[in-house]
Design a protein around this ligand. Structure first.
Ligand SMILES: Cc1cc2nc3c(=O)[nH]c(=O)nc-3n(C[C@H](O)[C@H](O)[C@H](O)COP(=O)(O)O)c2cc1C
Length: 505
């Protein structure tokens, strides 16, 4: 596929998976619970390596860590930090009582609670952990050894020498197991690979910041090489992001990616359904060596400041504790939130995302559009948020609760929440400037910012949830300002109605 065909293929994918009233009605197939996928990746034979269980909270205020404003150094992570990063990104944090037993509750929210994102640690020798490639098993908060030895050089090679990867003692590679989400969401699940990886990435970046560890997001890499390092096939399970973290371990030289091991794993379901659109979308956004070199050469590096850094004065709850107690709001009160609270959450969301995408289109890649249902001090209506000056510009005033409920796929949550925040990007401009890979960057930029909104709501004692939406109707609602843009993510913020009953881990 040449670059123009790849751009067309990903734009077609996006269009074909837009939700409309008609597509939702027609696509509403009965779920087949006899093939409900397993929630965990289980190796038939792989050595288990224990991780420290307890997460020590840091003393950095959660909001500064969430916004990426906590001071970081370039220290070598301790095994306790590695364990905290993995557990608070994708681990089990508590158990929910359900009628026929209990359900594991994860650190980050995920569409359909299907948890299709897997995490792999690729590290040099750390104190308490020998160099290797390890898969993180959420089911028992332990590592499975995939490879012994130092494979960081293969990631340096696969990222065309990304400076952060080349100086990091360890990296986390995030993959998506497409079928585990497509079981429910069919072809639209490809978008969820980025949505659900993004909410996890917000946690990873916040927890790294709160522990003083530098961390950044790498989206430009030779897919086939990274997939080989973590021993996945690139079709049913594929790498979608890399986060190098920490420093102080010296430069790592590029090496060739190893051959696949084909370690045997347990099937996820008795049978899997193939969704060609997912395969095609992933192939269209994949990079080879030449494409990765171009991406790296255009890497914008440090981003312009947006707004003032978020700081918290005096003792404040740590982001570790915020993550341990979060859980998506299932019902909102109609009650208002304060304007200051909304502005703090928007500021945190708008701070620069440490991503490696080319600096050739506007940053941030997404514009935030806000439906204010109930905010003390703000007129109800539709707004656009100007990230640089932090202003909320009123697009059209009015009580839009019913419209909000409709746009959020006719779900009460969107009607009841105090605020609906939509992330919109111009996919033609993004892919025109960056190629088809820009699609992944735009999705991740939105979902990481949305994850920050979500976490900052919890840090301030409010509630939040992600939600899906009727794509083109949302664009129309915010037009003419939003004309030509595409919806990437929706987060609801408000006052939660009732707490779920959960058991400690
Ligand atoms: C991107 C995204 C979209 C979501 N969309 C919906 C939705 O349309 N309706 C809904 O009730 N919940 C939605 N959720 C919430 C998930 O169902 C919830 O995260 C999942 O059940 C796990 O629960 P937890 O977040 O409390 O851990 C969404 C979550 C995310 C991250």
């Amino acid at each position: 596929m040449n670059p123009d065909e790849a751009v067309q293929a990903i734009l077609d994918y996006h269009k074909k998976t837009n939700h409309s009233v008609q597509s939702v009605r027609e696509g509403n197939v009965r779920l087949d619970f006899s093939i409900l996928p397993r929630l965990y990746k289980l190796y038939r034979r792989a050595e288990t390596v224990a991780l420290p269980e307890d997460v020590e909270p840091s003393d950095v205020g959660a909001l500064a860590a969430i916004a990426g404003d906590a001071p970081t150094s370039s220290g070598v992570p301790r095994i306790e930090d590695v364990a905290a990063l993995l557990k608070l990104s994708a681990g089990i944090t508590k158990w929910l009582k359900v009628p026929n037993g209990r359900m594991a509750f994860r650190a980050a929210s995920c569409t359909g609670a299907l948890y299709h994102i897997e995490l792999y640690l690729v590290c040099g020798d750390l104190s308490g952990l020998p160099a290797g490639v390890y898969q993180y098993g959420a089911q028992d908060n332990a590592l499975r050894r995939v490879r012994s030895g130092d494979y960081r050089g293969a990631l340096v090679g696969a990222t065309a020498g990304h400076a952060g990867v080349a100086s990091a003692p360890a990296c986390i590679v995030y993959t998506s197991v497409f079928w585990r989400n497509a079981w429910k969401y069919q072809s639209r699940a490809y978008r969820h690979s980025y949505w659900d990886c993004g909410t996890i990435l917000s946690n990873t970046l916040s927890v790294a910041g709160s522990r003083g560890l530098s961390a950044e997001l790498v989206t430009g890499f030779v897919d086939d090489e990274v997939n080989r390092v973590v021993d996945v096939d690139g079709v049913r399970e594929a790498a979608v992001a890399i986060v190098p973290f920490g420093g102080g371990s010296g430069a790592v030289a590029a090496t060739e990616a190893p051959a696949r091991l084909n370690l045997e794993t347990m099937p996820y379901s008795p049978k899997e359904i193939d969704y060609p659109l997912i395969r095609e979308a992933h192939a269209a956004t994949s990079l080879d060596e030449a494409g990765t070199a171009v991406w790296r050469a255009l890497d914008g590096g440090a981003q312009a400041e947006v707004g003032a850094p978020v700081t918290t004065e005096g003792p404040a709850e740590s982001v570790e504790r915020v993550i341990l107690r979060r859980g998506s709001t299932r019902r909102f009160q109609l009650a208002p939130i304060g304007e200051d609270a909304l502005r703090t959450m928007l500021t945190a969301a708008a701070r620069p995302v440490p991503g490696d995408w080319p600096c050739i289109v506007s940053r941030p890649l997404n514009t935030l559009y806000v439906i204010v249902n109930a905010v003390d001090g703000l007129e109800p209506g539709a707004y656009v948020y100007h990230t640089e000056g932090g202003e909320l510009e009123l697009l059209h005033a009015g009580d839009h609760r019913f419209m909000a409920g409709h746009l959020g796929l006719n779900q009460e949550l969107a009607h009841d929440a105090a605020v609906n925040v939509y992330f919109l990007t111009d996919l033609d401009a993004v892919t025109g400037a960056m190629g088809a890979r820009g699609y992944r960057a735009a999705q991740l930029d939105a979902s990481i910012r949305a994850g920050r909104l979500y976490l900052s709501a919890y840090a301030m004692g409010l509630g939040a949830t992600g939600l899906t939406f009727f794509d083109e109707e949302v664009t129309q609602f915010f037009s003419p300002h939003a004309a030509g843009k595409n919806v990437m993510f929706l987060t609801l913020l408000g006052v939660p109605q009732k707490r779920r009953r959960v058991m400690p881990e």
